[in-house]
Design a protein around this ligand. Structure first.
Ligand SMILES: Nc1ncnc2c1ncn2[C@@H]1O[C@H](COP(=O)(O)OP(=O)(O)O)[C@@H](O)[C@H]1O
Ligand SMILES: [Mg+2]
Length: 303
């Protein structure tokens, strides 16, 4: 089985990684591969700034659901809006919702309570699968979430438990209780970690793998090492540039070796490509992800 078929059977694939490593291009590539396989896929973006539409060649979503192709939809929802939707589900009466979400106490609560953002985003995905996403999101089989840069994978997945600990009733308490099981279940939620083959990102990826094992008893479904320098072939560059290229390549190889000493699960290595940000880059990255084998259900990776 390929990683794409594996992800197709999950309700949500969370794509995490530090800002700038290629999280959005990988999320877009996975969305495209899933849709090409005939699965009705939603590509979901929750960063305050909207960028995924540039990768799918569609107009900005502005909160609306945009159709990319016959099996691919795209939605950008600012975190604040998914938080309000959670309150709306619970209170049902619009006037009350306005009074609650408009109050300074609520604003303070949202800013102060760690994990509310992450909880609401996970809740948005959960509600879509429960058929509560409205007509424009009906029939979604699987969701790919381009996680916010601030939402480190572990803090995002730990959010339901963290919130449940401090709030046990009301819209967020109830949501936290429901989502606890959802994030812990590898059959429902998949995790893709994107990194560069550089010292800091590799160290952080290994820490994330260890933390996931220790705290949630699970491991990533896929690690993507993006932007790896290709082998230098005589490109006619000046010697200084050629040397720099070879050094970057050696550094990438060294860090990749360090990663794979500990990480034995599914791995995709995507080269640095001479393409601008856009659909052509996404298409090329898709090709590097397509053939990766699914996780071995028997193996306990990197523990
Ligand atoms: N494999 C690659 N080859 C060349 N450029 C890439 C590659 N992956 C990402 N990029 C570029 O790097 C930048 C950051 O990618 P992006 O997906 O927006 O990162 P993130 O979402 O993690 O912040 C973008 O300009 C993108 O076009
Ligand atoms: Mg991004």
């Amino acid at each position: 089985m390929t990683i794409v078929e594996h992800l197709a059977h999950r309700e949500l694939t969370l794509v995490t990684g530090k800002g700038g490593v290629g999280k959005s291009v990988v999320a877009a590539a996975l969305g495209r591969l899933l849709a090409d396989g005939g699965h009705d896929t939603l590509l979901l973006e929750v960063d305050p700034r909207e960028t995924l539409h540039e990768l799918t060649d569609t107009p900005p979503s502005g909160g609306e659901v945009v159709r990319v192709s016959s099996h691919l939809r795209l939605q950008h929802v600012p975190p604040r809006e998914v938080i309000e939707a959670t309150v709306r589900d619970h209170l049902k009466v619009d006037l009350l919702v306005k009074r609650v979400t408009g109050s300074p106490v609520f604003a303070h609560f949202v800013e102060a309570a760690p994990g509310i953002d992450s909880l609401a985003v996970l809740g948005h995905a959960w509600r879509i699968h429960e058929g509560m996403g409205g007509r424009s999101l009906a029939g979604v089989d699987t969701i790919v979430l381009d996680a916010p840069a601030s939402g480190h994978g572990l803090s995002m997945l730990g959010a339901p438990a963290a919130v449940a600990e401090v709030i046990d009733s009301g819209p967020f308490g109830e949501m936290a209780g429901r989502l606890r099981g959802f994030v812990a279940d590898p059959a429902r939620l998949a995790l893709v970690v994107v990194t560069h083959a550089e010292e800091m990102p590799v160290t952080e990826t290994l820490e994330l793998v260890a933390g996931l094992g220790a705290r949630l008893d699970r491991s990533p479904d896929l690690v993507v090492v993006n932007g790896v320098y290709p082998e230098y072939e005589s490109h006619g560059l000046p010697e200084a540039a050629a040397r720099l290229w070879r050094e970057r390549r050696r550094m990438n190889e060294r860090e990749l070796a360090r990663l794979t000493r500990y990480w034995k699960g599914p791995l995709a290595v995507v080269p640095l490509l001479a393409l601008d940000r856009g659909p052509a880059l996404v298409a090329e990255i898709s090709r590097h992800l397509a053939g990766v084998p699914a996780p071995d259900p028997e193996a306990a990776h990197a523990r």
